[in-house]
Design a binder for this molecule. Sequence first.
Ligand code: ADP
Ligand code: MG
Length: 696
Amino acid sequence: MNLDSPIHDIKGIGPERAKFISSVLGIYTVEDFLTFYPLRYIDKSRIVKVGDLKEEPDAEIQLRGKITDLQEIVYGKGNKRLTAKFRDETGTLELVWFRYSKWMKEQIPINRELFIFGKVNLFNGNFSMAHPEIETDEKKALSGTLLPIYPGSERLSKRGINNKFFQNVLFEILRNLPSLTEENLPASLMKNLKLMGRIQAFYNIHFPKDLAYFEQANRRLKFEEAFFFQLGYGLKKQHHKTSVAGNPFPIVGENFNQFYDHFLPFELTNAQKRVLKEIRNDMKKPVQMNRLLQGDVGSGKTMVALLSMLIAMDNGFQSCMMAPTEILAQQHFNGISELLENTNIKVRLLTGSTKTAERKIIHDELLSGELSILVGTHAVLEDVVQFRKLGLAIIDEQHRFGVAQRAKLWAKNKIPPHILVMTATPIPRTLAMSFYSDLDVSIIDEMPVGRKPIITAHRREKDRLTVFRFAKEEIDKGRQVYFVYPLIEESETLDYKNLMENLEHIIEFFADENVTMLHGRMKPEEKEANMKYFASGKAQIMVATTVIEVGVNVPNASVMVIESAERFGLSQLHQLRGRVGRGAEQSYCILLTSDKLTTESRTRIKTMTETNDGFRISEVDMQLRGPGDILGTQQSGVVDFKKLDLVQDGNIIKTAKSVVEQLIEKDPHLQNPENASLRNYYIKQYKGKNKWGRIS
Ligand code: ADP
Ligand code: MG
């Protein structure tokens, strides 16, 4: 038996059962079983008093006392149950049996000091325990160790695959463990970080000696996961830096300087200057840049992107900038065109709805090199779009690009273009440290000066009129207002109806104002026309669905009313709020909700009213939704850690990352003898490990 052996090699598991276990639990090899960790542990060394009982569904506890008042209750047609009282010196607990035999009933010891063990339920204000385990032997009751409870189900236990079974299997594997596995971390590292050995950790995760041992084992196994995950990314990054050529941009020339000196509409923030320097330093080198630019909504990422593109241009290269939606691409295009208005630099927009004639021009100008900057959606990736010399690709996105899409970008130039990925809102620290670990990270952690923090308030449906009046006052002062409505995809028709009804109310109340609208059903031209109508100040009110979430930039709009705000996710609310607070005026965001809120939506709303900091909001968001949802569907599979928890284990991940960085710097090819075990383990895990059992 070795770690890759199929599970039917384990004593007590035949081929039939092995098949069943694999299909239900996804356990194929001995190693899968070894890392099938207990859900929790029961502690029989602890005695709880009746007077201290709390409502803790699923918690199994032990009590010491006496059983009294045993009686059989007959009800309905031949139904019966057995009840009793359990007393200790602090109170009384109800006991109940629904299934029992005459024999069993006679075995229950009455009025005798004993121990009961089981789950406690709160029913009609009284605690009760159904089918308690009874133990009269004190030694057995207080067995003193933590017993593992494995994830199971009725379906499994029906086939005899219950907790006892799991305990036996793990016991059998652990008995052989020293011949199955060895230490995979360097001794010095373990000493520095005070990490428990690998084998000892496996023993103590399944059958902990005590709580302290369990915690050490848990920490070791988490660290190991974080470490090898970081090592994978670290080596990839290292390889990339030493072997993927890039176009060096040594020059900062006329295009950049002319723009910077004459057309920059504002002074850059220090953070913008710093990240620009970081980007510039990367692009100077004959190595492809792979950089992530993080910054809160409104921190000015677009300007950094534009200045980077001007550097590319100064070195004779073209750039493209891609956005996830048509509206956002349009916005970027408008913004950049405006900034470049007085220069002779050409920019064009390419999206799914670009007309054939325009497309033809774009294709030609890209090939001739006449066009320096292309802004667009995924349409840019199509094979027909060929550049003469693509030097820089900027991706403005919420979620990470798929591998295939990246590959397409790379292939657009013989030497792959430098890549700059910009996040729409900040992502949590642990995610940035994990899933963007192969990218270098730049952070804009400062907002342009003179911005007044947006004031955010929570209002209920009953305050609607007050909210409307407030919006009216702001309009009278010359401002503009957004009303945003949620959209549930499953019932687009209903949402549409909803939107139209609300629109009527708004038109009625704001009879003196011009109202325009933006929603997903509109044609691009229609959207653009309405957007222009609002942006030009001709309309004072924009009623929209979340299509305005990203990018929209109307500095004079200072009020954002979000309807049914409880139906939005946190990052969405933060994105929406970022549509105001873009000008000099004090801005407001009003979250309108119904009266009844779930705990989670209350947390979201409260977080929004308490902070404007996108980095903090993203942390709360991850706590609420979990990392998989934040990364998006493309990445959700990758968060499949056995022990590591991206929400809670930030410190472990941080340590692992820095340890790996030092290690790779000192020993980039893992050739130091001290790193031999680590290297072997890494190669086995990540390169050509025999996982065919999983595929077939
Ligand atoms: P985001 O980082 O969300 O993409 P944008 O690039 O859209 O932010 O910038 C938000 C607004 O701030 C824009 O109107 C932009 O012109 C303005 N802006 C960017 N940098 C500065 C700055 N240094 N000083 C003043 N305003 C700035
Ligand atoms: Mg932006």
